[in-house]
Ligand binder design. Structure first.
Ligand code: NAP
Length: 362
């Protein structure tokens, strides 16, 4: 019997009553519709990198989104910006030019990014090394190093479980914001109303990246913040930085048996008082974003807290909770609760879990 431990990067989770690997949009729709007609609980799994599932059996249907591949559908090349241009990357529309690339929802994300960088498409390079599948990226508007997928996704094709029909969304209709979209807002418990079948990206052609926004990345590339670098070098440096923090999946490295960031970066009112050395980034409308990792490490939780395990904070990043080999879901929850309570006590901020929690809670 397939278990959720086998399907998730954390490697925890109980056995599954009904498991379907769906390798085409039609198979996805058939599996989801059948489970819905039978009133079963549904869990959609792509790369399994954002799920913490309980050790108890999952008494429903798990649909593994396994449709692969992508197709470059032509278009006209956009103007290539000069090396020191700081012009921002804007949300793309079909009218902007560039190329439309349609990727299947089950396509491995990082293999897709690697292929697009090789094709000399611009816009995905800062999102290198992120685990999971293409179909998961619009749900929480996946982002890293100042880029997010809302900047390049033109259209998403879905199955609407409520209306029982195919629905597609334009970029604007997806209401993208920081790690959020209409898909996240319309979740039905822990399963989505809209099942992503495929995604259209609108990509410009060029050998220079989007402007580099994060100082750490700019430093490692040897460019000023706001300038551009070669697309393939940005990918290379992002992979190096992520790997140094245990954020690139590696079966040899227990620090990568995680859900990536376990907590989201809190957004608080601008006048929220914190020590002067706390990283704080304005996000507009009178709010600022804090670093969850900083809050954790300044609440007395060092990297590796909880070692030797069975669960601990990563030895490379205080924001990842890791399975050292034999952790149960409860072991992961215990560390998460300890950290959450510690940060609440020290700073009065309640950290929110980023992964989807299945039959367990903090
Ligand atoms: P970091 O550089 O130690 O910074 C801590 C946090 O501060 C980051 O999460 C980032 O927020 C924010 N930040 C840093 N510089 C910023 C700037 N110039 N403007 C706005 N916000 C800034 O972060 P890290 O943990 O090593 O991660 C670096 C990047 O990789 C981040 O973008 C992060 O999201 C991404 N990443 C994500 C995961 C994941 O599992 N989700 C894992 C590894 C890395 P943001 O997260 O909003 O960017």
């Amino acid at each position: 019997m397939t278990t959720l431990a086998e399907l998730t990067t954390l490697g925890v989770g109980g056995p599954i009553k009904n498991f379907v690997a769906a390798t085409s949009p039609e198979e996805i729709i058939a599996a989801v519709s059948q489970a819905d007609e039978q009133g079963e609980d549904i869990l959609i799994v792509g790369g399994g990198s954002n799920i913490l599932a309980a050790d108890t059996p999952f008494d429903g249907t798990v649909v593994h989104i396994a449709n692969q591949g992508y197709a470059i559908e032509g278009g006209a090349a956009c103007e290539i910006p000069s090396a020191n241009s700081t012009q921002p990357v804007e949300a793309k529309t079909a009218a902007c030019g560039g190329y439309t690339v349609t990727a299947q929802a089950g396509q491995n994300w990082d293999e897709f990014v690697a292929a697009m960088v090789k094709e000399q498409f611009v816009g995905l390079e800062a999102l290198s090394g992120i685990p999971g599948t293409v179909g998961a990226t619009p749900i929480q508007n996946v982002g890293a190093y100042g880029a997010d997928v809302s900047q390049t996704i033109a259209r998403v094709y879905t199955w609407d479980r409520q209306e029982k029909k195919k629905v597609s969304f334009s970029n604007e209709a997806m209401k993208f914001s920081y790690r959020d979209s209409i898909f996240k807002q319309s979740m039905m418990g822990s399963s989505p109303r809209y099942i992503v079948l495929s995604v259209d990206f609108q990509l410009e052609v060029g050998d220079l990246s989007a402007p580099v926004k994060y100082p750490e990345l700019a430093r490692s590339l040897g460019v000023e913040v706001g300038n551009r670098a070669a697309v393939d070098q940005v990918r290379e440096q992002v992979l190096k930085l992520r790997a140094s923090k245990g954020m690139v999946l590696n079966p040899e490295d227990r620090d990568t048996f995680s859900t990536g960031s376990f907590f989201t970066n809190p957004i608080v009112p601008e006048d929220f008082k914190l020590p002067a050395d706390a990283p704080q980034y304005p996000v507009g409308d009178g709010y600022k974003k804090l670093s969850a990792a900083w809050l954790i490490s300044h609440s007395g939780f060092e990297k590796g807290h909880g070692l030797p395990g069975p669960a601990s904070l990563s030895t490379k990043h205080s924001l990842a909770i890791t399975n050292r080999g034999s952790a149960t879901a409860q072991d992961i929850v215990n560390i998460a609760e300890e950290v959450q309570k510690g940060v609440q006590k020290k700073f009065g901020i309640k950290l929110e879990a980023e992964p989807i929690l299945i039959n367990c809670s903090l």
